[in-house]
Design a protein around this ligand. Structure first.
Ligand SMILES: [Zn+2]
Ligand SMILES: [Zn+2]
Ligand SMILES: [Zn+2]
Ligand SMILES: [Zn+2]
Ligand SMILES: [Zn+2]
Ligand SMILES: [Zn+2]
Ligand SMILES: [Zn+2]
Ligand SMILES: [Zn+2]
Length: 528
């Protein structure tokens, strides 16, 4: 892959190293004018890597100040990153040397960062790249001989890193992401700590304070067929959402209203502990389980940990009115995440300085939100990004499951557009991708609850679907309208008050639709 000099008359070939090192004047593809060798070794800034080098330099005789170091002049036109980094970094294609990375080009690729050092690029600093896969590295990051690769890794944490904990020290460690949308913290906690949950005696009929009618326990597939009930399955367009945790119910056993109400509870949501002491985010008071936040319209409240609206069950502090959805009630102290696989991630507490910290999943900062971080690396994740983006998602628009991606996809053929909202994607955010169909979706657009008859207009590129914890459905009375209205997510079908994808109320008898927020007043945070 190195340049050669060749005389076809004499069949004499000399590689560029020997040729260049012995030449006083060279033509280099990076520069329009000949470069003159400086006779004595000097220390100077190199125009290729923008580093200070000591040694032999070539200087342009026309442009004053342009000089490149011998080592940079000899960089191969193409290279395999594995070979140059002892397999710490790998890419399936050869990377090509480029002598500039213009601003517009960077912008069109959404300002990528170097895969080795995670820093930004500059116009004239040389890079190696694979455009097709949007894989870019600084030329000196790949070829630097003086810096052993481990020291780069310690600061950036982008390459291969070695495990810094023992599995046996963390027996019930939560390994994120969750495999699919039906899994969550409550299920994980129930499986590992059933002793904290209320005892269950598997009775066929159950009275639960969350619902006025008796609930039936479904524990066999024949019991499902008997009552014509289907498990949640987006491919068959059958929806079965738990009213406690608002996650899909995909396995037996579960409980459902014995009459015709769409009221469903997981086994573990029926048996939730009625009190939580010492919650890490509200340690001084006991939190009490409330089956539904009864005093707001459609039972909607905003969780004080993840900030997402929810109308599932709630843990509440009666003294301070601190309220959290039941998923956020069980946030563990430590997790691991596939995106940063060999280091433990710890729950961030108040002592962690959150200023200028960015979440690796969504690239937003933290301000008041909670998160996990790696104590050895500059790696941060919002709790919502770590816990609410499962590794695989099934969407009725795609025959195959889509998988969560942390990096641009190799061999991607075109620009990235979201199949749901049809907007361009910012690939530095995690996204869902189907390799077979070469289709991608925003993480917020993919959840199956989404009513996507029409594209939803997304105002922000938030990573988690806003209403992931809201179960739509049911009819309500609102003061301003004579008929009962149904609680749904607005799409472009629902008239001008509903183009935004917000929660809306829609009348089934006349053409009336109104924002949830318009009913309660935009100024207030309605669910306070
Ligand atoms: Zn549930
Ligand atoms: Zn009922
Ligand atoms: Zn929450
Ligand atoms: Zn309190
Ligand atoms: Zn995030
Ligand atoms: Zn780490
Ligand atoms: Zn989208
Ligand atoms: Zn009406």
């Amino acid at each position: 892959m190195f340049y050669n000099y060749h005389c076809s008359n004499c069949k004499f070939t000399m590689d560029i190293i020997c040729a260049t090192a012995s030449q006083q004047k060279i033509d280099h593809p990076s520069h329009p004018h000949p470069l003159q060798r400086i006779t004595k070794p000097i220390v100077s800034r190199c125009n290729a890597c923008f580093c200070d080098h000591k040694g032999t330099f070539y200087q342009c005789t026309t442009c004053s100040g342009f000089m490149i170091h011998l080592n940079c002049a000899l960089l191969p036109a193409q290279l395999q990153i594995q070979r140059f980094t002892d397999n710490t970094f790998s890419h399936s294609h050869l990377l090509t040397l480029a002598y500039s990375f213009p601003y517009d080009e960077q912008k069109s690729k959404f300002f990528p960062r170097c895969k080795v050092c995670a820093e930004r690029f500059y116009y004239f600093k040389w890079i190696y790249k694979c455009d097709k896969c949007r894989y870019y590295v600084h030329a000196d990051c790949v070829t630097s001989k003086k810096e052993p690769f481990m020291s780069i890794l310690m600061s950036a944490g982008l390459g291969k890193i070695y495990k810094n904990f023992k599995d046996e020290d963390h027996p019930n460690l939560l390994k994120c992401p969750f495999p699919d949308e039906s899994c969550g913290l409550i299920k994980h906690h129930f499986i590992n700590h059933e002793e904290f949950f209320m005892e269950g005696n598997n009775e066929r009929m159950l009275n639960h304070e969350s619902h006025p009618h008796q609930l039936i326990r479904f524990d066999t597939h024949s019991s499902l067929r008997e009552k014509s009930v289907s498990l949640h399955d987006p491919m068959k367009r059958s929806q079965l959402l738990c009213d406690g945790c608002v996650k899909p119910v995909t396995t037996l056993p579960f409980y459902k209203c014995s009459r015709s109400c769409d009221f469903v509870l997981h086994e573990w949501c029926v048996r939730l502990p009625s009190k939580i002491q010492n919650h890490p985010f509200h340690p001084n008071h006991t939190l009490v389980l409330l089956p539904k936040h009864r005093w707001t319209l459609a039972d909607v409240f905003s969780c004080d940990i993840c900030s997402l609206p929810s109308n599932g069950f709630v843990y509440i502090c009666p003294r301070c009115y601190f309220r959290i959805d039941i998923n956020c009630a069980f946030i563990p102290e430590k997790i691991t995440h596939e995106a940063h696989p060999n280091h433990l991630l710890s729950r961030m507490d108040a002592s962690v300085n959150k200023a200028d910290r960015y979440c690796k999943a969504c690239r937003y900062n933290f301000d008041k939100s909670m998160g996990f971080h790696c104590r050895s690396c500059d790696f941060y994740l919002h709790t919502r990004c770590a816990l609410l983006l499962p590794s695989e998602i099934i969407h009725k628009f795609n025959k195959h499951p889509l998988t969560l991606r942390y990096e641009p996809v190799e061999n991607h053929l075109s620009e990235y557009f979201c199949e749901i909202c049809e907007e361009q994607m910012w690939e530095r955010q995690w996204f869902y991708h189907c390799t077979t169909c070469a289709e991608s979706m925003h993480t917020a657009c993919a959840p199956i609850k989404h009513e996507c008859k029409q594209a939803i207009i997304r105002k922000y590129m938030m990573p988690v679907f806003d209403f992931i914890n809201v179960k739509f459905g049911g009819t309500h009375e609102i003061g301003s309208h004579p008929h009962r209205v149904s609680f749904i997510q607005g799409t472009t079908y629902h008239g001008c008050c509903a183009r935004c994808g917000e929660m809306i109320f829609k009348c089934l008898e006349c053409k009336f639709a109104i924002h949830y927020m318009c009913v309660v007043g935009w100024g207030k945070r309605i669910w306070n």
